[in-house]
Each structure stands twice: as structure tokens, then as C-alpha cells.
Write a protein of this length. Structure first.
Length: 331
């Protein structure tokens, strides 16, 4: 039996913990049990949750010494480092051969323990910037749903924790076993694309008056073949001066900014209409379905078709794009 132990702390997100518990801790009819699941905490006793109740956890850090896989299902607040005792326990578990896994903000605990130094890792899309800033030795990948190095693995926001756990089951027990687990959870065995398709578009950037009229002008003409030279001519400046202003105020070149706006417009059409991809591409100025697929894949790590299947609103319903706060950590 493969022993999985989750390390929790107050305030513990119930969803991130449930991701691991549902995959590793449930007996399923017709499927031989291959895992045991337990929970531990630094100071055994009641552990608060943001869901209005406390959990009673009776095992302490010594439980990590018996684990084959250690799961850190979130870590809030991310600004608060784990205690020296927790860091030592994580390092000891890893050094003796246990697999150490994080879900969502749990990556911060692994980073504090030094387990992610020099390695690719991920977290919730709203937290990857802070993870990269606070731990420059970690190679943060903001797009993927999870990263698995064999001995250490990290996942994006809460829902991606299920993706990672199913991936680990597939690695441990084979695709058939993992598919059976996924079916009982009414989940796909594998999701397409990365987490950027779930991230909300960036909030508008505060800009001075020199660019505001130009941006308003061009966003109303995304379907037209507008070039950087057209933008510069409309603004009455050289292309070089315009590029400098865009980079200073928006952090991107005019071409990069324009492409991002076209992808955002394509997302909205894919969510809210049944228009063919060729029509969507023309309406947002990407000329063809082939170009739309290439640009969409480059920006979001998935295809327009897969995005539409995931986010298309049904009759009478508004499109739903998860856009949760960093504190929730769920995709």
C-alpha cells in the first residue's frame, strides 16, 4: 500500500485537501485499494478552515516519516513561511525518498524548504508572479496545470490539484487504474491545455493621455488589418517613438499588445457564439482559422476548439470564466 499523507495548517483550504483525499483516500468498487490516506499537522488538534468549521487532526509531523507521498494542499497566507520544524520534516521526507507534492499555494512551502531550487514549478495563475519574485532560484512556469519531476511535483490552482493527483495515480498504477478513478469522480483523465486559459484577462493598465485615444481607436478596429505603422500614423509619431511609449506604459510592444487584444476578443467570441473559427479569426483580425489556432496556442497553451468546449455558455447562461482571488487558490 502506498501511503499518502497530507500536511495541513490553519487556515486550511478544504478544497485543496479534498482534491488529494478524493483521489487517494476513497475505496472504489471493483478497484483494488492501492493507497492509504492520512492527514497531519505541526501541532495536533483543531485546525481552522475558511469554510466555517475546524478539523480535528490527531497526527503530528512524525507521520511524514512514514509517508511514501507527502502532499501540501495549499499554504495560506503565502507570505508566512513554514516553521523550522516543518521545513526539516519536509526535507527529511524528501531525502529518504518520499515524493513531495504541492497543490496550489503549497508550492510556497516547498520553495521555502529548498525543494524547488533550480527546478520548474507552478502554482495558481494569480500567485505565480509572487512565487517567482520571492524565489528567484525557482523556474516558475505560469502556464501548465502541473509539473512532475518524479520526486517533487507542483500543481496550479485547486482544480489542477486533481489533474496532478490523477497523473500521479497514472504514473504509479497505469492508465487504466487512473481512468477508473477519474470516471468515479466524473472527471476527464486528462485536461487539454494549460492554466492560462482559465486566467482572467489583465486589468486595464493606467495610462496617460498620450495613448488613451489611440487604444480606444484601435480596439474598435480589431477586425481591420491595422499595422504598427498605422498606429504610429494615427498617433502622429514615428513607429520607434510609439514603441517606446507602449513599452514604458504597457510593458509590451504595439504588436504584442495588439495581438493580446485580438486573442481576448477571440476568447469572448468563442465563449458567447457558435461562429465558425474562420469567422472568429476574421472578426478579430487574425485573418484565418490556421493563424487563430497558432496564436491561440501560443498565448493560452490550448486550441480554440478546446477552449470553446470548456467555456462555451449554454442557452440562457452567461459565459463562465473562473476568475477567483489569490486567497481561494482554485481554478
Amino acid at each position: 500500500m502506498h501511503r499518502v499523507v497530507a500536511l495541513v495548517r490553519s487556515p486550511q483550504s478544504t478544497f485543496e485537501l479534498a482534491c488529494a483525499a478524493q483521489v487517494f483516500g476513497i475505496e472504489r468498487r471493483g478497484l483494488p485499494a492501492r493507497y492509504t490516506f492520512g492527514v497531519c499537522t505541526e501541532h495536533p488538534g483543531p485546525v481552522a478552515t475558511p469554510a466555517g468549521y475546524d478539523m480535528l487532526v490527531t497526527d503530528g509531523l512524525d507521520a511524514l516519516g512514514r509517508a511514501d507521498t507527502v502532499v501540501v494542499p495549499g499554504w495560506m497566507p503565502v507570505q508566512e513561511p513554514p516553521s523550522p520544524a516543518v521545513v526539516r520534516a519536509l526535507r527529511r521526507a524528501h531525502s529518504r525518498g518520499a515524493r513531495v507534492v504541492s497543490i496550489c499555494a503549497g508550492a510556497f512551502a516547498l520553495a521555502h524548504a529548498g525543494l524547488l531550487d533550480g527546478r520548474r514549478a507552478t502554482a495558481h495563475w494569480a500567485q505565480v508572479g509572487e512565487l517567482a519574485e520571492r524565489f528567484p532560484s525557482v523556474l516558475v512556469d505560469p502556464d501548465v496545470l502541473y509539473v512532475d519531476h518524479g520526486d517533487v511535483a507542483t500543481s496550479a490552482g485547486g482544480g489542477a490539484g486533481i489533474d496532478l493527483c490523477l497523473h500521479l495515480v497514472r504514473s504509479d498504477q497505469g492508465a487504466g487504474y487512473a481512468a477508473h478513478v477519474a470516471r468515479t469522480m466524473v472527471m476527464p483523465p486528462h485536461r487539454e491545455g494549460g492554466q492560462l486559459q482559465y486566467a482572467a484577462p489583465a486589468h486595464p493598465v493606467q495610462i496617460d493621455g498620450s495613448l488613451a485615444p489611440l487604444l480606444q481607436w484601435v480596439t474598435g478596429r480589431l477586425g481591420e488589418p491595422v499595422t504598427v505603422e498605422d498606429l504610429a500614423a494615427h498617433a502622429g509619431v514615428s513607429a520607434r517613438t510609439l514603441t517606446r511609449r507602449f513599452i514604458d506604459q504597457l510593458g509590451a510592444s504595439p504588436g504584442q499588445w495588439l495581438l493580446a487584444q485580438r486573442v481576448v476578443a477571440a476568447r469572448e467570441l468563442l465563449e458567447s457564439t457558435d461562429l465558425p473559427l474562420e469567422t472568429v479569426a476574421r472578426r478579430v483580425g487574425l485573418s484565418s482559422a490556421t493563424n487563430l489556432r497558432r496564436r491561440f496556442q501560443g498565448a493560452l497553451g490550448t486550441t480554440p476548439g478546446a477552449y470553446r468546449r470548456a467555456f462555451r455558455a449554454g442557452p440562457g447562461r452567461a459565459p463562465v470564466r473562473p476568475a477567483l482571488s489569490p486567497t481561494s487558490g482554485s481554478t
